[in-house]
Design a binder for this molecule. Structure first.
Ligand code: G16
Length: 559
């Protein structure tokens, strides 16, 4: 029999979850009781249902995941949790956690990831709680967790509980007078089974392997040394018959091989170069925890995440899951370009604009009003789970291409010819000093909400923009009527162009400023997004005084 020990502790400041969980430097989590406090607070926030419950636990394989899995086992055992479902060696992608929570109807799950942020002893770690719907906890739950961290005095632990998380199978422990079960599961099986229900694997296999009508479709998938490696190998190589060489960086590494596991043009530049210089029809990259994706075509033709969502919405019927169930509403986060809005309007679907953060899609999906959604931050997904899902997005694209016979570029060009094109760019200024950035946001909010700003005009190049609306975006959830305030400063012009500024909620130190520019051209004007948007970018830099406040002449990342 194992004993429960109650340990006295003191609160730490700053354990406030951001856009998606608590993300800090590893060394912050290594402070005495820091991690224990946060885990106990998660369990306490669920105090009415924690005893006798089942939770899912897993992470993206980054530095500290294994140690924290062991802490979670010991703390959950002490708090009366009946059962944990844990990915072997603590590995589970974020969408797989969501899938498993839903499939086994658990109380929720604890996800160990800092997503696309770098890993290793000197980099980032994160802990996130997902609820019984499989999605990231909503604001009221994360606020409750945070509040508990501010006055925690004790946590409970079973110090002598030793569990082999490398062995698949059931392990039962007697903790005082209770049975506590830890089931170590194959991290990929449930997820792969689900993908086979959602997609037509034989059809995608024929695309990849080629047929009498079509040569083999060549692709290169970059797992960026994150968690998706085992999922990608099982799905694309074992199930869909892609050649071994179709996959790169497919072994999860604690430090992602020193790389920044964020699938964008800057941090996945290796993939872009390889596809550009090689003979590939398709390229995809996924982030550390497998929820983000980047899609490129032959010659590294880039698909912006906003366009990716619009294309998948337009061709949703190519995916058997949607063909069977139909498509309800569509949604995007506020800064995401409005390409999908046009698809929704054309097909008569409800369209939602939510704040940045996947958690805001959950209620709409649970209420049966939302099927397909996405974010400019390389997130695309559907109501099959309650997280964005990188591998799902790649399979959805292959389903579209297998049906149409078009190339990636051909698909986009056909889409723009039909709907016009939203040009979009995002400028990231990473790890700036926090104070001047906060001052900048305050000053800008004051400026754009002052009388007379609406109706004023700004000129740059040969363009003049007249302000139609300017505010700090707030959102009322149509289902539970909860309100999220101050979700980003936006300036909308008469022609529908938009400038959006917000501070990132996923960084672990300093402030990251994100500037988003979205502009629509109804007729087919061919041009590079950076060139097309130059006048509006200049207007944005001028109104915000961003260069002056941040001291940065240029952004860290341009998407
Ligand atoms: C998280 C959320 C996303 C959101 C993103 C925004 O992504 O899950 O829904 O779009 O943060 O990040 P930021 O606040 O930095 O702009 P992830 O992939 O880090 O979990």
């Amino acid at each position: 029999m194992l004993n429960v020990v109650t340990v006295n502790t003191n609160p730490y400041e700053g354990q406030k979850p951001g856009t998606s969980g608590l993300r800090k430097k590893v060394k912050v989590f290594l402070q005495e009781n820091y991690t224990e406090n946060f885990i106990q607070s998660i369990l306490d926030a669920n105090k009415d249902s924690i005893v006798g419950s089942t939770l899912v636990v897993g992470g993206d394989g980054r530095y500290l995941v294994k140690e924290v899995v062991h802490k979670i086992i010991k703390i959950c055992g002490a708090n009366g949790v009946a059962k944990l479902l844990i990915g072997q060696n603590g590995i589970l992608s974020t969408p797989a956690v969501s899938c498993i929570i839903r499939k086994y109807k658990t109380l929720g799950g604890i996800v160990l990831t800092a997503s696309h942020n770098p890993g290793g002893i000197n980099n980032d770690f994160g802990i996130k709680f997902n609820c019984s719907n499989g999605g990231p906890a909503p604001d009221n739950t994360t606020n409750e967790i945070y509040s508990l961290t501010t006055h925690i005095k004790q946590y409970k632990i079973v110090p002598d509980l030793v569990c082999a998380v490398d062995q698949i199978g059931m392990q039962t422990f007697t903790v005082e007078d209770r049975q506590f079960v830890v089931e170590v599961i194959d991290p990929v099986q449930d997820y792969v089974d689900y993908m086979k229900e959602i997609f037509d694997f034989p059809k995608i296999k024929t695309l990849i392997q080629g047929s009498e009508q079509r040569p083999p479709f060549k692709m290169l998938i970059d797992c960026m040394s994150g968690v998706t490696g085992p999922y990608v190998k099982r799905i694309f190589i074992s199930e869909l018959g892609a050649p071994e060489g179709s996959v790169r960086r497919a072994t999860p590494l604690e430090d992602f091989g020193g790389a920044h596991p964020d699938p964008n043009l800057t941090y996945a530049a290796d993939l872009v170069t390889a596809v550009k210089n090689g003979d590939y029809d398709f390229g995809a990259a996924f982030d550390g925890d497998g929820d983000r994706n980047m899609i490129i075509g032959r010659d590294a033709f880039f698909v912006s995440p906003s366009d990716s969502l619009a294309v998948l919405a337009e061709h949703a019927q190519c995916v058997p899951y949607f063909a069977r169930r139909g498509v309800r509403g569509l949604a995007r986060s506020m800064p995401t370009a409005a390409a999908v809005d046009r698809v929704a309007a054309k097909h008569g679907k409800e369209m939602f604009e939510v704040p940045t953060g996947w958690k805001y899609f959950g209620n709409l999906m649970d209420a049966g009003r939302l099927s397909l959604c996405g974010e400019e931050s390389f997130g695309t997904g559907s109501d099959h789970v309650r997280e964005k899902d990188g591998v799902w997005a790649a399979l959805a694209w292959l389903s579209v291409l297998a049906t149409s016979g078009l190339s990636v570029q051909g698909t986009l060009e056909a889409h723009w010819a039909k709907y016009g094109r939203n040009y979009f760019t995002r400028y990231d200024y990473e790890e700036c000093a926090s104070d001047p950035c906060n001052e900048m946001m305050q000053a800008l909010e004051k400026k754009i909400t002052a009388p007379g700003f609406v109706g004023s005009s700004f000129s740059s190049g040969n363009k003049t923009y007249v302000v139609k609306l300017a505010d700090n975006f707030s959102y009322m959830d149509p289902i539970d009527k909860s309100v999220a305030m101050k979700q980003g400063l936006r300036i909308i012009f008469e022609d529908g162009s938009r400038i959006v500024l917000r501070l990132s909620g996923t960084g672990s130190s300093g402030a990251t400023v994100r500037l988003y520019i979205d502009s629509y051209e109804a007729t087919e004007v061919r041009g590079d997004a950076q060139q097309m948007l130059r006048p509006l970018i200049e207007v944005a830099l001028d109104i915000s005084q961003l260069r002056q406040y941040t001291g940065r002449a240029a952004p860290t990342v341009i998407t």
